[in-house]
Write a protein that binds this ligand. Structure first.
Ligand SMILES: Cc1cc2nc3c(=O)[nH]c(=O)nc-3n(C[C@H](O)[C@H](O)[C@H](O)COP(=O)(O)OP(=O)(O)OC[C@H]3O[C@@H](n4cnc5c(N)ncnc54)[C@H](O)[C@@H]3O)c2cc1C
Length: 286
């Protein structure tokens, strides 16, 4: 490792901030991560990682750990409201791979790769300056580089890109949760009249379930007349474990750097998950 390139303060210890910290350290930077939560946490739901994300995780040296819970090569489907199969694919059909895991597991793998003395949990950043200063409640530190990885309501974006505009509400509610049971067939997505739903097997013999309603669909019960196994999974769910949020997005600032500061992740370009990069679409159309 090349030592002594410079000092970097990373604001936010989510997927983006931890990934940036690993990459910067590997390039020889002296990194400090500021995370407001007392410990690294993630919502109690799953995440699907497409080929580009897996490639990045490989470059960070954590790809093998992320793939350790790789799914069996199972067939999955996109179906309509009546259960008719629109497309089908095996995991092995996805060029570059496809991995689904619990978000907490992904965060744990990333956090493991950042030494504890590079991390300040329970530390909220309240101000950032283009000259590299980071202010917390009672302290100011100077860095050669500031990475704003503090999510959609980014303090870094708010301070350094004051004209970047408000966070936009989409009116789309999303429900996400993980069941401690193997995913029953058929797995995949359902494109129904109230919105999209998904049943995804994740590492550890668990099932990640998500629904995202059309605007105005405000209750998970709208999805109980979807094709199997969704109704059974909803019935088996303790609703207090369901993560519910409205999907939000931002206007991406024209430049993602200012002085010594850069924006990454949702702080830079939060978007609807349906606008994320699609896997390499190997699916056989029906
Ligand atoms: C419903 C839904 C489903 C999705 N599904 C997928 C998927 O399957 N696959 C995929 O690749 N992507 C998915 N995404 C997108 C993905 O979850 C996000 O892009 C990603 O989590 C963003 O990570 P981040 O680190 O940039 O921000 P965040 O995860 O928001 O992390 C920001 C961190 O900064 C901390 N923080 C915030 N403010 C401060 C402060 N002032 N001081 C210190 N710390 C601070 C927060 O506590 C947090 O830990 C989905 C998104 C949604 C909404």
């Amino acid at each position: 490792m090349v030592e002594g390139i410079g000092t970097a303060g990373v604001v936010g210890g989510g997927i983006g901030g931890l990934a940036a910290a690993i990459a910067l350290r590997a390039a020889g930077w002296d990194v400090t991560v500021y995370e407001r939560a007392p410990q690294f946490t993630e919502v109690g739901a799953g995440i699907t990682l497409a080929a580009n994300a897996l490639h990045a995780l490989d470059l960070l040296g954590v790809g093998a750990a992320v793939r350790a819970g790789t799914l069996e090569d199972r067939r999955g489907y996109a179906r309509n409201q009546r259960g008719r199969i629109l497309v089908d694919a095996r995991i092995s059909d996805f060029t570059g791979g496809l991995v689904a895991l619990h978000r907490a597991d992904l965060i744990a793998i990333l956090a493991e790769a950042v030494p504890a003395d590079s991390v300040r949990t329970g530390t909220r950043v309240v101000g950032v300056h283009a000259d590299g200063r980071i202010e917390t409640d009672g302290d100011t530190e100077q860095y050669d580089l500031v990475v704003g990885a503090d999510g959609i309501n980014s303090v870094v974006r708010g301070h350094l890109w004051p004209d970047s505009g408000p966070v936009h509400r989409t009116g789309i509610a999303a429900w996400r949760w993980v069941l401690d049971m193997p995913a029953p067939d058929p797995v995949g997505v359902i494109l129904g009249r109230h919105g999209e739903a998904g049943v995804v097997p994740i590492a550890g013999d668990r099932t990640y379930v998500f629904t995202a309603g059309r605007p105005g669909i405000t209750d998970l019960d709208y999805f109980t007349d979807y094709p199997d196994p969704l109704p059974k999974l909803i019935a088996a769910t303790d609703r207090s474990t369901v993560v519910t949020d409205e999907l939000l997005e931002i206007d991406v600032p024209r430049h993602l750097w200012k002085g010594r500061a850069v924006l990454i992740g949702d702080a830079a370009h939060a978007m609807r998950p349906t606008l994320g990069r699609a896997p390499a679409w190997p699916w056989r159309m029906r």
